[in-house]
Design a protein around this ligand. Structure first.
Ligand SMILES: Nc1ncnc2c1ncn2[C@@H]1O[C@H](COP(=O)(O)OP(=O)(O)OP(=O)(O)O)[C@@H](O)[C@H]1O
Ligand SMILES: Nc1ncnc2c1ncn2[C@@H]1O[C@H](COP(=O)(O)OP(=O)(O)OP(=O)(O)O)[C@@H](O)[C@H]1O
Ligand SMILES: [Mg+2]
Ligand SMILES: [Mg+2]
Lengths: 259, 259
């Protein structure tokens, strides 16, 4: 089993779009996959067609459960039309968790402890992160094997990379020695713009990990799909967005086989 | 003096782009304007050409100062080439403030208290918010007169509106009775896309406050300008991005005159 967190504190860079579509493509490749939504916005939950206001149990209930209370297994739902994809949904309850956890023992390990109780076998777990480096993201980085960093092809998106890599280093040192970087994924790439090309060059020369071959182009189908509650492979499998996320899934599976 | 916060917990919707360019356009209209960067990413600080790693005092120092220590006046810097625009910069130190403030008395009023010590006269104060509804954003909503809500013309951007309006209501009731909504600003509008038109229609029928006449189109000049450390009026004054933010500034000044 491989756990991959999709994280970047910069907002709107394509974390949710990547988490949902990578998980769906891994499911389509018959890899048993669990998508965990750790963002109070609940976009990943909506993105796979689940009404976040109607879920009975969410990741918030799992993280705040008593010792012998509910476990993550009780919150997991199968995603319609994708046999090998399950989700642990999120809703707005998660918004208050950072303040609630501040004085709790081992506050950084709540998600790691929840995953230890998993009673099903998955090949991959993909975790969607909120746009911050607070306690929720620290919990994610403590529980995961690797971090996949989506980087929008925009100038502001470069600014926060040093801080993100610094946080990964701190978590490696203090909370999760096995943590490593899965790679940087360039998103919303527009080949007509100089800015896109400049940002890709900058990342290739500056980023201390691997940069995925797969480039995710700006593709309106990717932003339409969530309004139908479908990952891109179910909404428009021939679109450039779908093809590029399928390529990403293949790259990750191949990389996984090499380990 | 009018204080306007630019807030939306959804990431990447154009909060910083709006805060920087609205403030610069108000300055160009000879309104004395202070831009306050309240996001640890420090994008607004970079967006007006200041190296956030070299500032001596930032908003973090102001919010955590002792009773008789430094004040916001010590942190204010004039923005190059825009006589009527000052900034109170941010840097990564701000990232830890939510945890630091948790057990502090009147933790929601730190920014409001800092603004009471302002010794200069401004016509407008514009505050850039981080992508969350945590203690930093609550501080901003407690200190401000109104909230301007940038809404990206995308499906996920609609999802969080109810939660944002709910937070504004709670702050109105418990912390800042004068708080009201300045309006909703549609951003990254692409007239070729059905999705853009659908989102605008949805906001016009659903949003409980006013929706600005000014629509901010998707314009590559707006995303290039930050890499030169310039607001759009200094980078490319003839661009559609610049014209649309000038229109917004005029709308806000007219609305201000009507009060
Ligand atoms: N490659 C793409 N082409 C076109 N639109 C995209 C692409 N990737 C993402 N989008 C759209 O851009 C917006 C931002 O993407 P998304 O919500 O996935 O980012 P995020 O990093 O998860 O944001 P947040 O920081 O709020 O969690 C969404 O409306 C999404 O539909
Ligand atoms: N109208 C526009 N046209 C084209 N690009 C834009 C426009 N508005 C913003 N951008 C670009 O989109 C990206 C997101 O905008 P911005 O950083 O202002 O959003 P934000 O809401 O402040 O993000 P965060 O949630 O991280 O604070 C930036 O790279 C910016 O340059
Ligand atoms: Mg997201
Ligand atoms: Mg911003």
């Amino acid at each position: 089993m491989r756990i991959i967190a999709v994280s970047n504190q910069k907002g709107g860079v394509g974390k949710t779009t990547t988490a949902v579509n990578l998980a769906a493509c891994l499911g389509a490749c018959e890899k048993r996959t669990l998508l965990i939504d750790m963002d109070a916005q609940g976009n990943a939950t909506t993105g796979v067609g689940i009404n976040k206001d109607e879920v009975e149990l969410s990741i918030y209930d799992v993280l705040t459960a008593e010792e012998d209370g509910i476990t993550i297994n009780d919150a997991i739902i199968n995603v319609e039309h994708i046999k090998y994809l399950d989700i642990a949904p999120a809703n707005v309850n998660l918004a208050g968790i950072e303040i609630e956890l501040v004085n709790v023992m081992a506050r950084e390990r709540k998600l790691a402890q929840a995953l230890e109780k998993l009673d099903r076998v998955y090949d991959f777990i993909i975790i969607d992160s909120p746009p911050s480096l607070g306690l929720v993201t620290i919990n994610i980085m403590t529980a995961t094997d690797t971090v996949l960093v989506p980087i929008q092809c925009e100038y502001y998106a470069l600014e926060g990379l040093a801080e993100l890599l610094n946080t990964i280093r701190l978590v490696q040192k203090n909370l999760n020695p096995r943590l490593s970087i899965e790679g940087a994924l360039m998103t919303m790439y527009d080949q007509r713009l100089n800015l896109s090309r400049q940002v890709v060059e900058e990342v290739k020369s500056y980023f201390t990990g691997r940069v995925f071959e797969s480039l995710i182009p700006r593709n309106v189908k990717l932003s339409e799909a969530p309004s139908f509650g479908k990952p891109i492979i179910n909404y428009d499998i021939m679109s450039t967005g779908s093809v590029s996320y399928m390529n990403l899934a293949k790259e990750i599976i191949e990389h996984d086989n090499e380990r």
